[in-house]
Design a protein around this ligand. Sequence first.
Ligand code: HEM
Length: 249
Amino acid sequence: MATKVTGVTQGGPPNPAGGKTRRPFLVDLYGSAVGKKYIMAITGMVWLGYVFAHMVGNLKVYLGAEDFNHYAEFLRAGLLVPIVPEEGALWGMRVLLLVTLFFHILAAYQLTVMNRNARPERYQARREFVAADFAARTMRWTGVIVLLFLLFHIADLTLGWVNPAESGATPYEKLVASFRQPVVAAFYVLANLALGIHIYHGGWSLFQSMGWNNRKFNHWRRAFAIGFAVVVVGGNVTFPLAVQFGIVS
Ligand code: HEM
């Protein structure tokens, strides 16, 4: 199916020799804007799945400390055991998240550079270029905020480096200790709003990037993008707010 790309050039870099290059198919595909968009969409979908499952899992905090800690321990050591060794699934997931995050950011950066170097008039109408550029700019900023949030979040709840709880505290104690700090709670809420905008734009564009862009399908795309963003962010912001309002303590 033909893929329409807005705001970027299509095809790989020009071949100075003028003849056919024989690079492996995937490398050749990645060299093109379309290939980079595939990578953005596929890696984005991995993260969409993760943030959704992570939010649903974290709802266990409302069942109390014991259930939440039990769930955290299960994720850490017990997931898919005995099919994989203890902590195997945890490390598999970490590697998948890191690799997909790396390629998501790399492809985003390279597409931005391609976009900047492209002469818009040569490829498409000016209006389309401006629209694509605006969306890309929003994605860049919300993406940077989410990335900074993620670094803080891991230093806070996974590594405990910036967490006020004593060493050896349970995951539940760490979560409550972190969200008791108003500045941290506010940061979580703001970062999740940025995540919502990012998911909304990403959830919409991924269909375009994958070539699933039949017009009749557009209102479903929009509903999916809005629904996904609202559910994930809506769930996530309840956690710091619940601690701030003393519902979780
Ligand atoms: C307010 C919402 C959130 C809460 C309450 C929350 C809670 C947690 C907790 C408790 C952990 C530590 C698990 C452990 O080590 O035992 C964790 C880890 C993590 N969270 Fe979140 N999280 C939230 C939002 C997010 C978001 C929005 C993302 C992604 C953008 C995210 C990505 C991660 C990642 C990648 C880890 C590290 C997993 C690992 O490798 O151990 N979290 N989160």
